[in-house]
Design a protein around this ligand. Sequence first.
Ligand code: HEM
Length: 485
Amino acid sequence: MSSLTTAAGIPVADNQNSLSAGPRGPLLMQDFHLIEKLAHFNRERIPERVVHAKGAGAYGVFRVTRDVTPFTKAAFLSAVGKETEVFLRFSTVGGEKGSADADRDPRGFAVKFYTEEGNYDLVGNNTPVFFVRDPLKFPDFIHTQKRNPATNLKDPTAVWDFFSLSPETMHQLTILFSDRGTPRGYRHMDGFSSHTFSWINAAGERVWVKYHFKTRQGIENFTAGQAARVAGIDPDHATRDLFAAIGDGDFPAWTVSVQIMPELEAERYAINPFDLTKVWPHADYPLIEIGELVLNRNPENYFAEVEQSAFSPANVVPGISFSPDKMLQGRLFAYADAHRYRLGANHGHLPVNRPHATEARTYQRDGAMRFDGNGGGRPNYEPNSFGGPAQDPGKAEPPLRVSGDADRYDHRAGNDDYAQAGALFRLIGAEAQDRLMDNIAGSLGKAPAFIQQRQLRHFLAADPAYGAGVAKRLGVEVEAGVAAG
Ligand code: HEM
């Protein structure tokens, strides 16, 4: 048996009894072991993620199943059969770190590919679209999903006030209140990049891509009643289910596909392909299967590997890049900024976050909690004459043509916020429509009447049966002047 020590490695003779003056006496200041133990305990918490605070993660492998070299020069996608280690963190969005896995919410689906050209983070959700299309609205939207500033309670009035004043939320809120808003667990849902990204091939040609991860376990969802029961009985059911399945060798897997749009088609396509509230219909851009992802290893330490994991949409590798999607552009700033606040300037050195298939070679030095050797005696400036790492022009992206006057453009002007929401409503069938409208009425019914009327207008515009069905469940007449559209 090895000796217990202090953090400095000094053996501890007694870990049961504090050092006191006499058996009943006050404690002595010199009991450093006690002081270190209490002081460290006080510092065990770090800020939880401001969104996606509750989650579970696992390691696995991504395998290429199709030659995609005509579209991207990304090294990890360069050959059929090629394997790359991944870490995937699933999450809910609005709840705190101790909230219930079964709550109605989108689910995060964040994948870190440890490639030989650095870590590629695909920080997606289980939904192909999002509530808003301008990052300026993200903090406002999230405030409505969190707690009321006065009561500290979840606030249906704020939720529906914002939704009803923001018609671009219609598509995603239709998904949220459908069965897919309460997945049976993380293994039984799909994942999406949601955003459009770019792929660039060896010839410097660019295409636009959207990623889809289709669960091989089958989509399974709770009804609202089941979700409420499970949230009460086992608030950690999805975390437990994932850990147990992997522990039992029942490895969950996803088929990975992409939709591909030629670069210049983006200018002509009827839908703005960079609008995060819209999907690309599969009839126009079919799914092309490119790989499979299997999770096969649980973390050994939740805090070190899951809580301290950090994903950023800005982490792309050569052959993969961004798109003009305004939301994506906002996220390119937000994540690394959140990591510096939540974990510190050197979060990239933590074992779960550092590259696994290559090494980071930067001129960044020092900062709190630097524990990787800090560059040793090597030069800490560039250019230098001593063999330090240098830029690689071969990794440059081809130029992207952009144009336009700098201005604040109304992101709602000329946008159809209803067609895709209505199409989804019609697609899901009568029974799922009933559950969707029941779920909506259960929540919207807690908001004031004038907000209900304003929201009904959006449901009517998406589909008359959608508006009428929600109005009926609310037991209200649609007021005169509340016309569709
Ligand atoms: C402008 C829009 C958005 C902003 C500003 C934003 C911001 C953030 C922030 C600050 C975090 C916490 C990061 C951390 O502390 O590690 C986060 C987490 C996350 N976000 Fe977003 N977000 C936005 C939109 C989205 C969208 C559209 C998606 C999905 C397509 C998404 C998926 C996620 C996921 C999956 C996580 C959790 C990552 C993890 O597991 O660590 N977010 N977001």
